[in-house]
Design a protein around this ligand. Sequence first.
Ligand code: CA
Length: 420
Amino acid sequence: MNHQKNSWIAVPQHSDFPLQNIPFGIIQYQNDTPHPATRIGDTVIDLFYLAEYGYFDSLDIKNLSPFSAPVLNDFIALGKQTTNAVREYLMKLFAEDNDYLKNDEKTKAMALIPVEEVELLLPLNIGDYTDFYSSIEHATNVGKMFRDPENALLPNWRHLPVGYHGRSSSIVVSGAEIHRPKGQLKPADSDQPVFGPSRRLDFELEMAFVTGKETKLGESVPVDQAEEYIFGMVVFNDLSARDIQKWEYVPLGPFLSKNFGSVISPWIVTLEALEAFRTASPKQDPEVLPYLSVSGEKNFDINLEVALQPENSEETLICRSNFKYMYWNMNQQLAHQTVNGCNIRVGDLYASGTISGSERDSFGSMLELSWGGKNPITLNDESTRIFLEDGDTVTMRAFCEKDNLRIGFGESVVKILPAV
Ligand code: CA
């Protein structure tokens, strides 16, 4: 059994945030301005005050202004060499055998805050947002329901990571309340569309990665260098209105059915923190074109869960999936996104697409869990659902576990309010 180093900050059992995680986020404490922060156990650490009191001086960071910025973009733009050095320094500073900050009551009083006393803000100014469609189980399930059960995957699907450009303005942080969207729907028994609240409101269980390095227009990211451009990952709930989607999506894809709210977890977990959880991707058949060809373990074993909680009731775990099921990995997604010269920027978000496994309880959307509304699911309080109802709260969780080490992402939580 592997014994991990502990922190002098208490870390509850099964916490997502041991000393080995050191994710990055943005906190707001009382009337102070928002600051970059990390988290160990249930304690957040305000990096602005560590910078202010000279704790990063030994790292030779020429510009400390990113530590007072209200989003992480400038910090991430310092580059992996610097952000990794900060993360590794923090792991040493908070290790149980290090007294340096532990004995500095003045800095501790400013920098260490219980997580329940801070507000966790959207950590990024998200420039662009891409949504892929990279789970073969999900694409097959949706293809069966929306098109042809015999030819569920379109001919391009196994040759390229299908994706579309989404809308970054409506990405919000965990804890959001989103009103049921209205739009054009075409009921099956009508040949004309109607306007009204979506009747098939859904979640999509996804992970998203954040780019940490920009390219110029005309440049491409080679698939074997893609990880240099990936800063870290979050949990991503891509809310979707299936009835609006079904009517609008041909020929250019989803539009209003997916841009009314997507919800991310507040802490960005770095790729480096996930290193111990690398795993092989599913075998790709047919072989991909050379610009998409990767070797080595490019996927990650990340457990995913979705819980649904009706208003004034208990939550029910309705889905258990895993990021390792992804047919297309992040390297391939980024190489494909840029192969035509499309430039990327620091703080862009690239979502995986709904992550479904092969078993029914691993399906990452209500559309699949209820099989298009045909098989209602029963919750712990005996109520049933085919899609989301007003007052429902959807909580997504993601965590890796191996050899006594748990690295987690925390939660993406959203409550559905009635249409306005
Ligand atoms: Ca999606």
